[in-house]
Design a protein around this ligand. Structure first.
Ligand SMILES: NC(=O)C1=CN([C@@H]2O[C@H](COP(=O)(O)OP(=O)(O)OC[C@H]3O[C@@H](n4cnc5c(N)ncnc54)[C@H](OP(=O)(O)O)[C@@H]3O)[C@@H](O)[C@H]2O)C=CC1
Ligand SMILES: N[C@@H](C[C@H]1CC(C(=O)O)=NO1)C(=O)O
Length: 319
């Protein structure tokens, strides 16, 4: 079988999903739906306004939209017409997103796999598995140093921001404390600096800075640096999208102390996130083919559904 896929939103993530699909043995890319008429790609491009007329031509639609505003505003409409996979990552609002996508997808016989990627995504899986192993455990999550696409997207959505990037920088002493089983007093807010580099007119700097440091869910509670730079300096110094992180869990079992650490080191945050999202696209197709509908988090998707290989092959190779 060949899974007919499409992308909506052609930014960092959309471009990485496009490239990733080219390497999938069981997928074809029908087209890219964008708000922009012209895109730098050989893939067919269609106006996002016309997307519903393609509902019978697409099995899985990858939502490569921003989480700050695009997903909350647009995702349920896509889930009403297509089976979707998104990377929505405003953690506080994921339960509400799940419920909204569940209603939209189930009412229309579609599947919506929500909040894939690495955090949320693979880190979510590891947090649940690792904390399930210990009767009581200490668990800490660390990100960076690297570029958070979600936080960078949130910056770009502020009026007056022309270009922006947000680096997440963890405190190394906090990571070492967690590794030593002393992470109880370590918090995500206390363990990370959020460093923002922004291009905007000087007359807007004070307002933009205030909007950043008071932005709920994204920046409030963290140590935040806001640096305003020129377009030229931004182009010279801020082009890469590396990232990574760790989920560190420790606990006692009987009289022994044991620890689990899941780490990522990413040269390209969007390339890795796209690879996870596309694998869940395979699962979305299979879930719908099995007659299931509604929303699924990564915690509810059996891992074998992600793989191009058969379960029998995986049992031989991976178990
Ligand atoms: N769960 C996880 O682990 C991860 C999640 N993410 C999520 O992925 C989301 C998308 O990230 P990213 O792709 O970097 O965001 P981008 O800003 O690059 O792209 C997002 C959207 O912005 C629009 N866009 C992009 N460039 C332009 C432009 N030049 N002009 C007008 N519109 C533009 C695109 O729509 P259009 O083409 O229609 O204009 C696209 O839908 C993030 O918000 C984050 O929440 C990212 C990494 C990891
Ligand atoms: N969702 C994140 C992926 C990781 C990175 C991150 C952070 O730096 O705060 N949190 O989760 C992203 O958009 O890059």
């Amino acid at each position: 079988m060949t899974i007919r896929t499409a992308i909506v939103g052609y930014g960092n993530l959309g471009r990485s999903v496009e490239e990733n699909i080219r390497n999938q043995p069981d997928m074809e890319l029908v087209g890219i739906f964008s708000r922009r008429a012209e895109l730098d790609t050989d893939t067919p491009v269609y106006p996002v306004a016309d997307i519903d007329s393609y509902r019978d031509s697409v099995d899985v639609l990858f939502l490569c939209l921003g989480s700050a505003t695009d997903i909350p505003e647009q995702a349920t409409a896509f889930a009403a017409s297509f089976s979707t996979v998104d990377t929505y990552d405003n953690h506080k609002k994921i339960p509400a997103h799940y419920e909204a996508m569940d209603e939209a997808a189930a009412d229309n016989g579609n599947v919506a796999i929500v909040s894939t990627g690495w955090d949320p995504g693979l880190f979510s899986l590891n947090r649940t598995i690792a904390s399930s192993i210990f009767p009581t455990s200490q668990q800490n999550t660390f990100w960076g140093k690297g570029v958070s696409q979600g936080h960078s997207d949130a910056l770009r959505r502020i009026d007056g921001v022309k270009k922006a990037v947000q680096y997440t920088i963890p405190r190394e002493d906090a990571i070492e404390a967690a590794r030593g089983g002393h992470g109880a007093d370590v918090t995500g807010h206390g363990a990370h600096l959020r460093q923002c580099w922004v291009v905007a007119d000087e007359s807007e700097h004070d307002r933009i800075r205030e909007e950043i440091v008071t932005m709920p869910d994204y920046f409030v509670g963290y140590e935040v640096e806001v640096h305003f730079i020129s377009q030229e300096d931004f182009a010279r110094d801020h082009q890469g999208l590396p990232h990574g992180g760790h989920v560190i869990t420790s606990g006692t079992l009987g009289g022994t102390t044991n620890a689990v650490e899941f780490s990522l080191a990413l040269e390209s945050n969007p390339d890795f996130t796209a690879a996870v999202q596309v694998a869940y696209g395979r699962a979305a197709y299979r879930l719908k083919d099995a007659g299931l509908t509604g929303a699924f988090s990564v915690l509810e998707v059996p891992p074998y559904l992600l793989a191009p290989e058969s379960l029998e092959e995986l049992l031989t190779r991976d178990v």
